[in-house]
Design a protein around this ligand. Structure first.
Ligand code: NDP
Length: 327
């Protein structure tokens, strides 16, 4: 028997989440069984702990879109018992049972060997949010970061915190946008050189072009803020669009693309090919200062997940929630 957070639907369609003891035979089919050490709380997890938001395919369900742990059994030659592994993406925790359990069974193709220099706890402090932040930074680098500060929106959240720490470590000036002024010291400790109040970017676009201010942007917020930021980018600069915490509609004009050559780069962490995953995890192990990572961690247990799921959807979580599934 092992512990898992099971989300189920009752006859009225209402979902309920509770920690239960279950047996290995209930896990879905897969080549590799992993003894999970840690998982995390991401925005999608908040949706999947609750009514699902269209993400969960079948109930009962175990959420947890990422995990790190040790291989317990493997039918695939690439993995042997005792190997440390990490998983993000592939709709695990949505269409397939995920990491909010002491055991998980998945396809070998979805796993990545834990990179040298990272513990399973550090890998999950990074988790899906941090992995995505790294992909965003790599996309900005590929397109060239200009001279101005790099803007990070939703900075006190998971993606924003890791993006801020990586960019600062790489030597860029980082302007961190937050709606929570009380997180200013935290963001400065991660390396932000400028704090921008959310309300300064909240007004909808009045002029399609404003002063050329930002040399690049990692955007976790989308919506009206992204539309506004597009008109403030330097000529030829890029925005890596990661999320929609502030809304899915983009009330923008095409002018920043036509007259400033701005690039809007979409970042998807879910379907990244294996080689890209390896490259991103190797860069994380190299370019993310581990002392900064410690400052981002909020520890949690399986029993605390229902509350934390609601917190992340309400934008109340700071940094990264790391779930010790064995605590
Ligand atoms: P968090 O909730 O940890 O962070 C989001 C942050 O956005 C909040 O902390 C808050 O930052 C800010 N925010 C929240 N609501 C609003 C609002 N209404 N207007 C403006 N800002 C707001 O989530 P994550 O960092 O884990 O994820 C961020 C987004 O990225 C989500 O939409 C998520 O689904 C997406 N995502 C996408 C991935 C991909 O593959 N493309 C992978 C991972 C995440 P502050 O308090 O500092 O203002």
């Amino acid at each position: 028997m092992f512990k898992a957070l099971i989300v189920d639907k009752d006859d009225t369609g209402k979902t309920h989440a509770a920690v239960q003891d279950i047996t290995l035979d209930r896990l879905p089919a897969g080549d590799v069984t992993v003894a999970v050490d840690y998982s995390t709380v991401n925005y999608k997890d908040g949706l999947c702990i609750g009514p699902g938001g269209g993400l969960v395919r079948h109930y009962p369900h175990i959420p947890g879109i990422d995990f790190a742990g040790t291989v317990e059994a493997s039918d695939d030659p690439r993995y042997a018992p005792g190997d440390k592994v990490v998983l993000t993406g592939w709709r695990v925790g949505e269409a397939h049972w995920g990491g909010y359990a002491q055991k998980a069974r998945v396809k070998a193709d979805w796993l990545v060997p834990l990179p040298d220099g990272l513990t399973t706890r550090a890998a999950m402090a990074v988790g899906t949010a941090g992995f995505t932040a790294m992909l965003a930074v790599m996309a900005l680098e590929d397109h060239g970061i200009k001279s101005g500060p790099v803007l990070v929106t939703g900075a006190a959240g998971g993606v924003g915190s890791v993006a801020t720490a990586i960019l600062a470590h790489l030597g860029y000036q980082v302007a961190a946008v937050t709606g929570r002024p009380e997180t200013a010291d935290y963001l400065t400790s991660l390396g932000a050189t400028q704090i921008v109040a959310r309300e300064d970017l909240a007004e909808t676009v009045k002029r399609p072009l404003e002063g050329e201010t930002w040399g690049g942007c990692v955007d976790a917020v989308g919506g009206a803020m992204l539309a506004r930021v597009l008109g403030q980018m330097e000529y030829g600069a890029s925005v890596a669009a990661v999320g929609l915490a502030g809304g899915a509609n983009l009330p923008a004009t095409v002018i920043p693309f036509l007259l400033r050559g701005v690039n809007l780069l979409g970042i998807d962490s879910v379907m990244q090919p294996y080689d890209n995953r390896l490259r991103a995890w190797a860069r994380i192990a190299r370019d993310l200062p581990m002392d900064k990572l410690d400052a981002m961690i909020q520890p949690a247990t399986l029993a605390e997940l229902p509350q934390l799921g609601a917190d992340i959807l309400a934008g109340r979580v700071k940094g990264r929630v790391v779930v010790d599934v064995n605590a």
